[in-house]
Design a protein around this ligand. Structure first.
Ligand SMILES: [Zn+2]
Length: 238
């Protein structure tokens, strides 16, 4: 069965109150990985999200990045070059998901119309607006099947105005890249939405919709993605 191999890329660490990530959790600070995902298959190399730009102390929350966690270094460690990336699907355009677009000279950028329109309209908290608007985007409007081979998107607003989930075909079946709709294992375990949300009713509805699909979910800010993805790769080999 054809499909994508998915490699999570750790592009830094953010520190924020746990309750900001898991609605109803404690207010103690916690560290969360900043993630993007490399998808290889169907003769294509794609990314889901691009991470944050270089830390300079002006982000929306404490953020650190080692040299190995820059996008080019993380791609190199995964055996890919920035020039090879043909497309990026943005779960949304927050600063920690859309900060490295300019490093990808040949990528077509896909985002939901509702997300782009929200940030294009005016300055909004959580977005690096000037940087984000430097890129040209292909705007998707709602759910779209087979945007590229083996890639479909679902409009799942709530964390942000136009968040989307990416459904990627893999040899083991479809996988949902949930972005910040479902950032950590604890969100799933507690059935708790992301504590940072644009609209609480929308995010609850989007989360219910995605969990009802009963597919494997790759989380937006949880190191568990490394564990489960490496298990997937072992299975493919053996
Ligand atoms: Zn976000």
């Amino acid at each position: 069965m054809d499909g994508y191999t998915i490699t999570p890329l750790k592009l830094g660490t953010i520190t924020r109150k746990k309750s900001n990530m898991v609605y109803g959790a404690e207010d103690t600070p916690a560290e969360f990985p900043l993630l993007a995902f490399l998808l290889e298959g169907f003769g294509l190399k794609l990314l889901v999200d691009t991470g944050g730009s270089a830390p300079d102390g002006t982000r929306w929350m404490p953020y650190t990045r080692t040299p190995e966690e820059s996008l080019p270094a993380a791609l190199a460690a995964a055996g890919a070059e920035p020039e090879e990336i043909g497309a990026v699907f943005f779960t949304h355009l927050h600063w920690d998901h859309a900060g490295n677009n300019t490093l990808l000279p040949h990528a077509q950028f896909y985002v939901q119309w509702a997300e782009y329109g929200y940030i294009a309209a005016e300055e909004r908290p959580g977005y690096e607006r000037e940087l984000v608007l430097q890129s040209k985007y292909k705007l998707l409007d709602g759910d779209v099947q087979n945007v590229l081979p083996g890639i479909s998107v679902l409009l799942t607003p709530g964390h942000s105005a136009g968040s989307q989930c990416v459904i990627a075909a893999t040899p083991e079946g479809p996988v949902v890249l949930a972005g910040d709709l479902i950032p950590t294992c604890e969100n799933l375990a507690r059935n708790a939405p992301n504590g940072g949300h644009y609209d609480r009713n929308l995010i609850a509805a989007s989360m219910a919709r995605v969990t009802a699909l009963n597919l494997r979910v790759l989380l937006g800010h949880d190191a568990a993605v490394f564990r489960s993805c490496s298990e997937t790769r072992r299975n493919e080999k053996g």
